[in-house]
Design a protein around this ligand. Structure first.
Ligand SMILES: Cc1cc2nc3c(=O)[nH]c(=O)nc-3n(C[C@H](O)[C@H](O)[C@H](O)COP(=O)(O)OP(=O)(O)OC[C@H]3O[C@@H](n4cnc5c(N)ncnc54)[C@H](O)[C@@H]3O)c2cc1C
Length: 424
């Protein structure tokens, strides 16, 4: 049995590892000359900066992968620390556990009681937006000052534009199983299911790099796939994967590329690829700052309604001991024009706003912008209803599955298992 993996981001490289573990003959093609996809770490003026995900949750599944490539000793685990929300002129603790819920002044007591009434509200339903669902179930105050900024801030999204059916699918399932969101959350906390945030000494890209090095004979960097089509005559049932270097006949193709690329590659092989081509991605600007302040915590998100361009700031300094480093996120679905501005101007906005919030001087170290960075999980996902792949073509992506790195690794493992099981 032969297999091609298209894309050497974390999904493709985890699939490479899991296929190898199962004895499947696979080659991974990555268009860029380095592995990792959106996971990019760079050293700027002696500091490790993340131009992509800032941290990974060390779930058991991710832990196994880290161990398999010998990165245990390079792991940096963040200690438990608070997360803040900037609201009404200062940082206030996000109520992520019972003690923080009782002591925080982010929510008023009526706001807290309204949040606690969630089990008495009607169940979430797929047709409402994430914003409608959160507001209806937890109250407006909790939505605007806590849940909305944390949830939307993660991916630069606006929960008002995200149908619950797509954005909250797994949360709705957990609500169904537990009876309410709060009970589901309590159950998880009670079972100790929180996995610690981690990074690696050389940054998050150390993981895809290690995977790539572990499989140098199976990963071809700088090799974009240009076409995937069905084989004919005696090779019927197989696929031909085209790269600049030649044509590769395989039994299985695992596609992990961004939606627009996948639409092009699978045109003529899968049905409903036009829907893929039309998926919205959120634009984002990421500004790395250095500052002398030494706060303790993971960072902050900005409450809805505040007059700031900044969506949130990760405190890399406090989380992973990255000397004086902070990463600000701007733009997103709320402010798509931001990424079109001059980089120096974006850096200045981030710096000024950081200084005002943190009451500390700061310097701009690095600015990165992308027009299409996060899948938006908005109404354009309606068009995916018609998307279907034939047997042997497996799509494992962060727009058909969940976005977080642990989920990407889990999906890669599931795909590898299902391929190994077919035996052809
Ligand atoms: C800015 C940002 C911050 C994030 N923060 C977090 C976080 O803190 N924690 C977390 O868990 N998750 C986070 N995520 C989500 C997570 O990082 C991504 O969902 C995940 O890394 C996506 O990996 P992937 O391999 O599925 O896709 P990608 O990383 O997009 O990889 C796809 C690969 O396909 C390659 N490719 C494209 N075209 C071709 C072609 N024709 N032929 C061959 N290869 C091709 C690309 O070069 C790329 O390497 C974040 C995402 C972003 C964008």
């Amino acid at each position: 049995m032969e297999c091609a993996v298209v894309g050497g981001g974390i999904t493709g490289l985890a699939a490479t590892q899991f296929l190898a573990e199962r004895g499947v003959d696979a080659t991974t093609f990555e268009a860029a000359d380095q592995p990792g996809g959106v996971i990019q770490s760079r050293t700027v003026e002696g500091r490790v900066v993340e131009i992509g995900p800032q941290r990974l949750r060390l779930t058991p599944g991710l832990g196994d992968l880290v161990e398999a490539v010998g990165l245990d000793d390079a792991t940096i685990e963040a200690a438990e620390a608070p997360l803040y929300v900037y609201a009404d002129g200062r940082l206030r603790e996000a109520p992520l556990d019972v003690a923080a819920f009782l002591r925080t002044d982010l929510l008023s007591w009526p706001g807290k009681l309204r949040l606690l009434a969630e089990p008495l509200t009607r169940r979430g339903y797929p047709q409402e937006s994430a914003a409608e669902l959160f507001t209806r179930k937890f109250g407006r105050e909790a939505y605007e000052r806590f849940i909305g900024p944390l949830y939307g801030g993660i991916y630069g999204s606006d929960p008002a534009a995200m149908p619950a059916a797509y954005a909250l699918e797994s949360l709705l399932e957990r609500e169904r199983a537990a009876g309410s969101f709060l009970l589901a959350f309590g159950k998880r906390v009670g079972q100790g299911q929180q996995s610690p945030p981690i990074s690696f000494e050389k940054g998050n890209q150390q993981l895809p790099r290690a995977l790539c090095e572990a499989h140098t004979d199976r990963v071809e960097l700088g090799t974009p796939v240009t076409d995937v089509r069905r084989a004919e005559s005696e090779d019927r049932g197989r696929y031909l994967v085209e790269t600049g270097g030649g044509t590769h006949a395989v039994d299985h193709v695992v596609v992990t590329t961004p939606a627009d690329v996948t639409a092009e590659l699978l045109d003529g092989v899968a049905t409903g690829v036009d829907g893929l081509a039309g998926l919205t991605y959120n634009p984002l600007a990421m500004v790395h700052l250095t500052a002398d302040c030494r706060p303790d915590g993971f960072g902050y998100q900005v409450a809805f309604g505040e007059e700031l361009h900044t969506l949130g700031v990760s405190w890399n300094a406090s989380m992973f001991g990255r000397d004086g480093l902070y990463t600000a996120f701007l733009g997103g679905m709320h402010d798509p024009e931001m990424v079109g501005r001059d980089r120096a101007a974006i850096g200045e906005i981030a710096r000024e706003e950081f200084e005002a919030v943190m009451d500390s001087g700061a310097e701009v170290l690095h600015v990165a912008t992308r027009e299409r960075w996060f899948p938006a999980w908005d109404r354009t996902w309606d068009a995916l209803a018609g998307f279907e792949t034939p047997p042997g073509v497996h799509v494992a992506t962060n727009y058909t599955g969940r976005m977080g790195i642990p989920s990407r690794v889990r999906e890669a493992r599931e795909v590898a298992e299902s391929i190994a099981k077919t035996g052809r």
